[in-house]
Design a protein around this ligand. Structure first.
Ligand code: SAH
Length: 451
């Protein structure tokens, strides 16, 4: 979502004459778009600010100004505190205020004090943002829902992103049509709680995510649809049916479970227990047998015992994930779990994390290896690290590398998989298969750099 938000900031700033740059040293403005989800992410902001300050000082020596800004959830959560820790910052603003950037910049250049905007303004941010601009990628993010009302006891999202809000279906469809007209053929729908999407539909109807996916699939040229991140208790029958009925909906689902212990899930306020999760996975796999699952895990939540942790390992063993994100529990200021007794010590958390990751890595590798010999459609949208190498995504989200094939950039091409590694696949495109490429490459296809 921060990648998407950064692109929207770039849209707001374009009319003021700002362009994206990958060189912070002589930029007129540097915006750090930040994440507050774990302490490590939040702390990184301050070390990065220290580095950027050097550039700002250098520029000042030549009589030029660099606006230095902190956006996103660290800004929202820490507000004034950011100025206290880094007084050389010009602007601090939260995720709901990006449409007001021009005003903030005007103020920051006029005044000598810092500009702070961490309101949740009454006007809807999305109504005031310019339409998503022309993109030079084939795969785009599209925010359909923002905020969260779930209040998992470990999580800061409800405090930093605010209450749940779903964009009207017609706005989402209009954005999607515009993206496809610009050459996009894969859209990932975004929301903190994306499957609780309940946007205004035509008339007085509300649309759920399943309905929205059906409507999106009718857009000519939109070959692939994905969505992230989902809350297990909010997966409804319509969404499960969409996995069965909509071929463009890719067979990959990120469905965070967090823990395999019912006691811990309850203490996390997750509203699903481990059997609910197992049942849900069964239903999803019945709808789409090749569905590949990904998840998030937290180890060392307060009160987690060896036995609780063993139940997480059991669940992973039983379900089988093709990739996953796993984290040591990080106490976040203002969240209930940060105040719980029986915090787990760091060494214990590290040990559990390593054991869990070892199992998850094995599952990931064995899934990747199981695809060797198969032919998969791959959307090539990046250049590889080596000259003449192209990288794309399989339907199951793995990066797939091929050598050569520069003319395939931006296309979906059938690739014969030759090798499976820890995190990626390698393959080749045979002459005859190469002819099966669909879609024209975009005019100016280069990797997009986020602000
Ligand atoms: N529904 C959200 C989840 C965002 S956070 C979304 O996708 O937008 C992503 C993951 O970070 C969570 O699923 C959880 O596993 C992890 N996480 C969140 N808060 C955490 C904390 N306090 N400590 C450790 N991990 C955390």
């Amino acid at each position: 979502m921060n990648v998407y938000d950064s692109a929207r900031m770039a849209d707001v700033l374009a009319p003021l004459g700002y362009e994206l740059s990958d060189q912070p040293d002589d930029a007129d403005m540097v915006i750090l778009n930040t994440c507050h989800i774990r302490e490590k992410a939040a702390e990184k902001v301050y070390s990065e600010l220290g580095r950027l300050r050097q550039f700002k000082n250098k520029k000042a020596e030549t009589g030029e100004a660099m606006i230095l800004a902190v956006a996103g959830c660290v800004a929202q959560a820490e507000g004034e505190e950011v100025f206290a820790r880094a007084p050389f910052i010009d602007m601090v603003f939260g995720p709901q205020t990006y449409h007001r950037l021009p005003e903030m910049i005007a103020k920051a250049t006029r005044s000598s004090g810092g500009v702070l905007d961490i309101d949740f303004p009454a006007e809807a941010k999305f109504d005031s943002l310019p339409a998503a601009s022309g993109t030079d990628t084939r795969s785009a993010f599209l925010t359909v829902q923002e905020g969260c009302d779930k209040f998992c006891t470990f999580c800061v999202v409800p405090y930093t992103r605010g209450a749940e809000f779903s964009r009207p279906a017609k706005d989402v469809l209009a954005d999607a049509r515009r993206l496809v007209a610009d050459g996009v053929c894969e859209i990932t729908l975004l929301g903190q709680n994306v499957n609780n999407y309940h946007g205004e539909g035509p008339g007085t109807q509300e649309w759920g995510l399943g309905r929205l996916i059906h409507a999106l699939a009718e857009i000519d040229g939109l070959a692939r649809i994905r969505y992230t991140t989902s809350y297990p208790a909010d997966v409804d029958d319509e969404l499960i049916a969409a996995h069965r009925d909509v071929p463009a909906l890719m067979p990959f689902l990120h469905l965070p479970v967090q823990s395999g212990s019912d006691r811990i899930l309850k203490a996390m306020n997750r509203r699903h227990d481990s059997s609910d999760y197992r049942r849900l996975v069964e239903q999803l796999r019945a709808a789409r047998p090749d569905l590949a699952l990904s998840s998030d895990f937290i180890v060392g939540f307060p009160g987690e015992t060896d036995d609780d942790f063993a139940q997480t390992l059991n669940l992973v063993d039983e379900i089988g994930f093709v990739q996953a994100y796993s984290f040591k529990y990080s106490p976040r200021p203002g969240t209930p779990a940060a105040e719980y007794d029986r915090q787990v010590d760091d060494e214990e958390k590290t040990g559990r994390l390593l054991r869990l990751q070892d199992l998850l890595n094995k599952q990931q590798r064995s899934f990747n290896e199981s695809l060797v010999g198969k032919t998969l459609p791959v959307l090539f949208d990046r250049h590889g690290r080596f000259e003449d190498q192209l990288v794309g995504r399989s339907p199951y989200m793995q990066p797939v590398h091929i050598d050569g094939g520069a003319n395939l950039f931006g296309r979906i091409v059938d690739v014969h998989i030759k090798a499976g590694f820890a995190n990626s696949l390698a393959g080749e495109v045979s002459e005859s298969i190469g002819g099966a490429a669909t879609g024209e490459p975009p005019n100016d296809a280069k990797e997009r750099i986020s602000a």
